[in-house]
Every structure is written in C-alpha cells, then in structure tokens.
Design a protein around this ligand. Structure first.
Ligand code: C2E
Ligand code: MG
Ligand code: MG
Ligand code: MG
Length: 295
C-alpha cells in the first residue's frame, strides 16, 4: 500500500492523492449523499415560512418557503449546510421536487381555509433551471395541488442564471408562459450585467441582506440600495428587501420607495401552524379575500 501511495505521489509530481483528511472528507461526502438521497423518501425535510410584507400598508400576501432537514443523527440541518452539496451532486432535483410539491399542497390548503390571497416564493437552483423538463415539472406540481400559477413565485440567484444564461433564459421564459412569477434572489452579490438583467422575464428583485443590514449606518449601502430600487422600478420590477432587522432600516426603505420587506423585524421563518397564527395576529391583516372558514 505504501508503494502504491508513493507511485501515486510521483506520478502526480509530488501532489499527495490520499491525504487522510481527504479520505474522511470523501467518506463524509458519500454518507451525506446517501443520507440526502433517502431524506426525500423518508420525509425528513420540513418547510418553514417567512412572511413577506408590503412596505406601504404592512399587509402580508406572501411568504418565502425555506427548507430544513431533520437528520436522524445530526438533528436539524440548515440549508446552507446541504443545499450547495446537493447542487454539486444532483440530489437537488429530488429536493426541489419535494419542496415544490409540499409547498403547493400547503398553499392549496391555506387557500381552502380562506387565505385566498396568499402566494408562496420557492427557492430553486441552477441545476433545476438546466433541466429541460423543469417547467413541465412545475406545471404538474401546480395542477396536482390545484394552485393557480400566479400564486407561485420562483426565486433564482443571479449566479444561477449566469452559469448558462441562454439555457436559463429558455427555462425562465417557459415558466413565465405558465404564469409563474420569477424573482432574482440575493441581488447585488452576483455579477450579472444590467444589459442582461433587462432581458430577463422576472417580476421581482430581492436585494441581498448584506446591503440592507447596515442601511442605517453605511452611506455607500444607501447609495447602492437607492439606485437599485430606482433601476428596478424603471424596469417595472417589484423590489423586496431581505434581512430587515431594525425599525430604522425599515423606515429608510419605505422612504426610498422599496415595495416589499422580509426580515426578523417582522418575523423569523415559522412552521405552518405558527405562520397561520402570525397571519391572524398581524395587525395589518393579509390579502384575505374571503374570511377563514373556521377562525
Ligand atoms: P435566501 O433564499 O436568500 O433566504 C433568506 C435567508 O435569510 C434565510 O436563511 C432566512 O432565514 C434568512 N433571514 C431572513 N430574514 C433575516 C434577517 O432579518 N436576518 C438574518 N440574519 N437572516 C435572515 P435560511 O433559511 O438559512 O436559508 C439560506 C439559503 O438557503 C436561502 O437563502 C436559499 O438560498 C437556500 N434555501 C433555503 N431553502 C431552500 C430550498 O427549498 N431550495 C433551495 N434550492 N434553496 C433553499
Ligand atoms: Mg430566497
Ligand atoms: Mg436571498
Ligand atoms: Mg441567500
């Protein structure tokens, strides 16, 4: 084994192929991958819902769906710990299908319970957009749940689009033809050109939290956020600010004409039952077109 190891080393100009740490890393990756592949079938995922509010009147007519993984040994795993890995390995496709399916069934139930104006935002990744049958998959999920396409908004990051702009564009256009709304997530952290952004069939632009959190202190961020809001409005997009944690930041965004807001100031991501409780208590109400059947 030592000999083989030495051969491997010399064949690779002294680069060690089999670091003990690396082995552990690969093993860990493989375990994670098989765990992930089982997770969707075993229903180990669950969804949280974070309210999205309109800044002018404070009404809430949408929530963002955020996935969590209840791992039998590791406990609750946040998405940043498994989504990037799932994207690399392709396991993301099964996760997206699970999330979309469960989110839409939940939304259908809320519509039946009287929260008729409610919409959901669901995060999707590059890999999803690169699948030619993704729009068809979304259409099936909508039809299965009996939810109108206009009540679904898919969030895509700039970098997901820029990975393969032409392929992404085809997919986004097909989704738009279905009537699904589209949002650019984490805006400002990628490197998409404005010329390209202009051509994208999106309706919402979500300004990344990193520009929002220091808005009450950092004048450079103020300039960036104000001009982003103006630009987005010129392009006919609705602007969402993510990560609002203080009243001061919220006030500034309202003054700048930002349309929608999300953040711990209003609510953390909530379980489905807590979200409904939150909607009931939220003083500005929701876009509730009919009264809940059993309030
Ligand atoms: P994101 O889509 O940009 O979601 C916003 C993240 O910011 C969420 O973290 C949310 O809990 C957090 N957040 C919201 N308000 C505040 C605030 O006021 N302060 C701070 N510090 N954080 C706030 P979370 O749930 O951990 O999700 C992280 C990322 O994981 C998401 O970023 C999204 O990119 C990805 N993700 C989550 N769920 C899914 C999913 O179902 N599918 C895919 N593909 N990605 C997902
Ligand atoms: Mg998002
Ligand atoms: Mg975001
Ligand atoms: Mg993010």
């Amino acid at each position: 084994a030592d000999l083989a190891m030495n051969e491997a080393k010399s064949a690779n100009h002294g680069v060690r192929l089999f670091e003990p740490g690396m082995e552990r890393h690969i093993e860990h990756g493989l375990t994670l991958l098989s765990d992930l592949r089982r997770a969707a079938e075993a229903d180990e995922f669950f969804l949280l819902f974070q309210p999205k509010l309109r800044l002018d009147d404070g009404r809430c007519d949408a929530a963002e769906v955020l996935v969590r993984w209840r791992h039998p040994q590791r406990g609750i795993v946040p998405p940043d710990r498994f989504i990037p890995f799932a994207e690399q390995t392709g396991a993301i496709k099964a996760i997206t299908r699970w999330v979309l399916g469960h989110a839409l069934l939940q939304l259908a139930q809320w519509h039946r319970e009287g929260w008729a104006g409610l919409s959901l935002n669901v995060n999707v990744s590059t890999r999803d957009l690169m699948q030619p049958d993704f729009p068809a998959q979304v259409e099936r999920a909508l039809r299965h749940a009996g939810v109108a396409a206009g009540h679904l908004c898919l969030e895509v990051t700039e970098s997901a689009i820029m990975d393969d702009p032409l392929l992404a564009m085809d997919c986004l256009q097909a989704l738009n033809r279905l009537g699904v709304r589209l949002a650019i997530d984490d805006f400002g952290t990628g490197y998409s050109s404005l010329a390209y952004l202009k051509k994208l069939p999106v309706q919402e632009l979500k300004i990344d939290r990193s520009f929002i959190s220091s808005l009450d202190r950092d004048e450079a961020d103020v300039t960036i956020v104000r001009s982003t809001i103006d630009m987005a409005h010129h392009m006919g997009l609705s602007v969402v600010a993510e990560g609002i944690e203080t009243e001061a930041v919220s006030q500034r965004l309202r003054a700048f004409g930002c349309d929608q807001a999300q953040g711990y100031l209003y609510s953390r991501p909530l379980s489905s039952t807590d979200f409904v409780d939150w909607l009931r208590q939220h003083r500005s109400g929701v876009a509730r077109l009919t009264a809940p059947v059993a309030a």
